[in-house]
Design a protein around this ligand. Structure first.
Ligand code: GDP
Ligand code: MG
Length: 690
């Protein structure tokens, strides 16, 4: 919203400009007035639109032409005053004042003009007949009003119209010559309609209309009002109402009607609520909220509510319910965007179905990728989809979780992240792209159908680690050794890919490792790609296996994407597991999900055990607090009870009640621990036998 409004009054001498201002201020007609009234400022809370308003007078006797020009260019709205009983003052409106104003203002941002016919107390008939043709001729004239400083008629109305002309200008919305809304306004309202059409059936039903109404005007429409609105549309056009809901045509008609009836502030309220500024562009503050700060070593992820919202957007556009977006469905989904955000490379970044269409899972993966790599862009996209409006949030920024500093994760040996980045290094031709594409379930035959320019340097999908779904983001690093940037090096895990059938391929991996990763804590994994081909002896001082042993890496993992079906995904689960637990050694990280170790891991991570663990902690913690309380006066609890003596008693009761029930949990958890220890011993025995 604007911070203030500046109204300037101009016109021939003696038409009553100064009297109008004085009448407004003192609410009575002044018998004697100066040539020019002092500039006055009306505070925000007494104006109808709650914006501070400055009113500026002009007097030919006291001001020079330069001063007038300067005032015209400073004004937000100009009232040209004439006296209804003075023909000459009316003629001067078109012969002098409008041209003068146009000379002093920008052609592109014309200042709105209001024609004011003063001294209406002196004549019987109205001056409107003379004025209406003038209004039609000059589009910058917002409105005209007849008033009388003497009878105080229409005085506050005049200043209200002036304020409204600035705050809710007609210019960007409506073309008076063509008697219809301007294209930019139609475009904006169409987007608003699509965002509000929650089930995407092309009709705003009663629920959607009510939601719309509540969002824009903070109040639902009573059902009679809803019917009245629909009836007005029904009466005026054939297909404005369909299945008892408002169609896009009806919605646009309604807004045209608002504007034509001078109620364009209604349309402006809707537009502003959906993020538009005075030029009908989406506001920068709406698309790029500044509240989001991402410190270094932190990453950005979408939170649960944002995923739910994106899921609903997907559902509303997946009309044939095949869990994938056909090109038409995708186009429809991005119809509310000013441009198509996803190019053909996205189809090679995320999972697609047999037809090459982005699946539900692929769609969420792409959003996850954008959030991770370019959070500003993600916010912008969410803005186009109307996230903050539909989910009734303050800004798009609430969709984002900024993860905690990775250094803390490493210290605590656990992470809350759900997206892990794996940078893939390897000489050209070593099989990096094949490795990325195989993660999306594509074998070599399928990969060969993709054209070179649609290839992507990213692949993202999910992997299950001990029962939890995580995103693994693979990034193929360009093999030119000298241009490795910080982002090429920063990741949660490194993949070093060599072509097992090419004797020159391993050296590159060894070189990258020694130069960049040998002294870091980032876990590394060697991949022996193209394992379906004849293995060649690598021309390097050490064999890959020896190299890995020497540098405490897991042994090279044989990998091929030249398979009949989708390539095996175990390696990606392994990578994700390593990325999640960078401090652990891989040999204690089987991820097959079949052996005893995995079953045990799954059990330990299960909700039951976690709850038992949490309960146990609370019980022990509260018991120690209980023992501390009487003796230790420095504890937080007791210092609190000093400040708030009444609150210490109930706290004590709660802890005692908790302790009683915790004996049950103690027994359960002791049982679980015994079970876990036994299971693990058995696993070790089995392992030895093998
Ligand atoms: P300005 O030169 O445009 O500022 O005009 P003034 O405010 O000085 O008014 C010029 C004369 O018109 C004064 O004698 C006012 O009393 C008179 N006047 C102003 N407004 C009205 C009005 O609404 N009705 C009548 N009858 N006289 C008015
Ligand atoms: Mg005056």
């Amino acid at each position: 919203m604007r911070k203030d409004v500046r109204i300037l009054l101009v016109g021939e001498p003696k038409v009553g400009k100064t009297s109008l201002i004085m009448s407004l201020v003192s609410e009575e007609f002044p018998q004697v007035v100066p040539y020019r009234a002092e500039e006055i400022t009306i505070p925000a809370d007494v104006t109808p639109e709650r914006v501070p308003t400055h009113i500026v007078d002009y007097s030919e006797a006291e001001q020079t032409d330069e001063q007038l020009s300067s005032e015209i260019s400073k004004a937000n709205v100009i009232c040209i005053v004439y006296a209804v009983n003075n023909k000459k003052s009316i003629e001067k409106v078109t012969s002098h004042w409008i041209p003068l104003i146009n000379d002093n203002t920008d052609k592109d941002s014309r200042v709105p003009v209001i024609l004011v016919g003063n001294k209406s107390d002196l004549v019987e008939h109205s001056s409107m007949e003379t004025i209406l043709p003038v209004m039609n001729q000059y589009t910058e004239i917002e409105t005209c009003v007849e008033c009388s400083a003497k009878n105080l008629k229409n005085i506050s109305e005049l200043f209200y119209y002036a304020q409204k002309a600035v705050l809710h200008p007609t210019g960007p919305l409506y073309c008076p010559e063509e008697k219809q809304m301007k294209p930019a306004c139609i475009k904006a309202l169409t987007r608003i309609f699509k965002v509000s059409d929650l089930d995407n059936d092309g009709i705003l039903n009663d629920n959607e209309l009510n939601f719309f109404q509540r969002t824009c005007f903070n109040a639902p429409l009573v059902s009679q009002a809803l019917e009245d609105v629909k009836n007005v549309v029904r009466k005026n056009m054939i297909d404005g109402v369909c299945d008892n809901g408002l169609t896009l045509k009806g919605f646009l008609f309604l807004h045209t009607l608002f504007i034509q009836r001078g109620r364009h502030e209604t349309t402006w309220t809707v537009l502003r609520r959906f993020g538009y500024d005075d030029d009908l562009e989406l506001h920068q503050d709406y698309l790029f909220p500044l509240t989001l700060k991402v410190p270094p070593d932190c990453t950005t992820e979408l939170n649960h509510n944002a995923y739910l919202f994106l899921q609903s957007v997907f559902d509303k556009h997946d009309k044939d319910r095949d869990c994938a977006l056909s090109p038409e469905e995708l186009k429809d989904l991005f119809d509310v965007f000013p441009y198509m955000p996803w190019g053909p490379d996205v189809n090679n970044t995320v999972c697609t179905n047999d037809e090459g269409w982005i699946t539900y899972q692929g769609y969420l993966s792409q959003w996850t990728l954008t959030t991770y790599l370019d959070v500003q862009r993600c916010l912008e996209y969410l803005g186009y989809l109307g996230y903050s409006i539909i989910s009734e949030q303050e800004s798009q920024a609430v969709a984002i979780t900024v993860t905690r500093d990775k250094k803390i994760d490493l210290q605590k040996k656990q992470t809350q992240r759900s997206v892990f980045r794996c940078n893939v290094f390897g000489d050209s031709g070593s099989g990096k792209s094949g490795f990325l594409q195989a993660f999306l379930g594509r074998n070599l035959t399928r990969q060969n159908t993709v054209s070179e320019e649609h290839m992507s340097y990213y692949a993202i999908s999910t992997a299950y680690v001990y029962g939890q779904e995580k995103y693994l983001l693979l990034h193929e690093v360009f093999p030119d050794f000298d241009v490795l940037s910080d982002t090429d090096l920063a990741c949660d895990i490194v993949c070093l890919v060599y072509d097992a059938s090419n004797p020159h391929s391993f050296e590159y991996c060894a070189r990258v490792f020694k130069q960049y990763f040998m002294d870091t804590k980032t876990p590394c994994m060697m991949i022996a790609a193209k394992s379906d081909l004849q293995e060649a002896k690598q021309l390097y001082a050490l064999t890959p296996l020896e190299f890995c042993r020497k540098h405490k890496m897991p042994p090279p993992q044989a990998f091929t994407c030249n398979t009949a079906d989708a390539p095996c995904k175990d390696i990606y689960t392994k990578l994700t597991t390593m990325a999640m637990h960078p401090h652990a050694r891989l040999r204690c990280m089987c991820t097959c999900n079949r052996c005893t170790f995995c079953h045990l891991q799954n059990f330990i991570n299960s909700e039951l055990v976690q709850t038992v663990k949490a309960k146990l902690y609370t019980a022990i913690l509260s018991r120690s607090l209980l023992f501390q309380r009487p003796s230790n006066s420095s504890s937080l609890e007791s210092s609190l009870s000093l400040v708030l003596p009444s609150c210490s008693v109930p706290t004590l009761h709660v802890t005692q009640a908790d302790l009683k029930s915790s004996t049950f949990w103690l027994r359960v958890s002791a049982g679980a621990t015994v079970f876990a220890v036994l299971g693990f011993a058995m696993y070790r025995v089995l392992l030895k036998q093998r």
